[in-house]
Structures are given as structure tokens and as C-alpha cells.
Design a protein around this ligand. Structure first.
Ligand code: ZN
Length: 160
């Protein structure tokens, strides 16, 4: 059964950047199960997986536009440290939830200089090519409940 919309697909994957550094991998743990066609994976990877079968191995390179987006300088802002006074032990690399007009999103503290703090709202992998090695280990049809929820339920029924 080739992968199509509304299938639950299980994959092992390794993600590397262009310098061959491993950014993420399922190799040392459980494979990843996701609901195909519901935006649970980055769009470029979903497209590459469509029509593939159990046992297939893929090596694909996803450009930023179909990955975590181009790096957007407009998402970088400087705020005075006092605006963050509720946050203990502010350090570079810390990720914060920021409230905006468009809801909550995550920003990363990228610089602290004197009284000014730089916050970067880009995804940490924005602007990067994503080099995936994927092996498809299982494909099944989703249940009605999974389709209604838009995500996979693991055996046993409980979910996040
Ligand atoms: Zn659910």
C-alpha cells in the first residue's frame, strides 16, 4: 500500500545539515509515526514520501522554503532587559514563549549586550537545507478517531 493521504506512516530518519552534522535522528530510539497529509511533517518531506512503500529508503534534500522557512531578519528584535525581568537567569540560547498579536510563538535569546537582549523568532533550522535519510517501516490506514484529531494514536489508546 503506497503512502497516501490519511495513512499512518512509521519511519526511521536521520536529519543532517549541509556540513553532515546530525541534527536529529530516530536511530537510537523508537521510529516516528505520523499522520500523512495533515502537516505533521515539513511539507517537502511529506511530498517526497507520498507514493513510497514499506522498506523504501529515501535520501532527500529539502530546501528552506519547504523546510523551516527562509531566515527572516524581520523576526529578530532587540528588547531592553527590563522587559524580560520576570525571567530568571536569562542566558544566550534560552528559548522563550512570546505573546504577539498572532498568538504565541517561540523566540531564542541570541545575544545579551549591556541592557539590550536580542530575540530571534526564526526556527533554529530556518535558512538551512535539510538532508534526510528515511526508511519507511510501516504504513496503515488511520482510524476515524485519528483523522478527527489530526494525529496518530499509539497502541493502547492514550495520547498527548
Ligand atoms: Zn488524539
Amino acid at each position: 500500500m503506497p503512502i497516501a493521504q490519511n495513512d499512518v506512516v512509521t519511519i526511521h530518519y536521520t536529519l543532517r545539515d549541509d556540513a553532515e552534522k546530525v541534527l536529529d535522528s530516530s536511530a537510537s530510539g523508537e521510529p516516528l509515526a505520523y499522520l500523512h497529509g495533515h502537516g505533521n511533517l515539513i511539507s517537502g518531506l511529506e511530498r517526497e514520501l507520498t507514493g513510497k512503500n514499506v522498506g523504501d529508503r529515501l535520501k532527500v534534500r529539502i530546501a528552506p522554503a519547504e523546510g523551516y522557512g527562509e531566515y527572516d531578519q524581520a523576526l529578530v528584535q532587540q528588547v531592553p532587559r527590563r522587559a524580560l525581568k520576570g525571567i530568571a537567569n536569562l542566558t544566550v540560547g534560552m528559548r522563550l514563549q512570546a505573546g504577539t498579536d498572532h498568538g504565541h510563538h517561540t523566540v531564542t535569546v541570541t545575544r545579551i549586550a549591556g541592557d539590550m537582549v536580542t530575540l530571534d523568532g526564526n526556527h533554529p533550522l530556518a535558512g538551512q537545507n535539510l538532508n534526510f535519510e528515511v526508511e519507511i517501516t510501516a504504513i496503515r490506514a488511520a482510524t476515524e478517531e485519528e483523522l478527527a484529531h489530526g494525529h496518530v494514536h499509539v497502541a493502547g489508546g492514550h495520547h498527548h
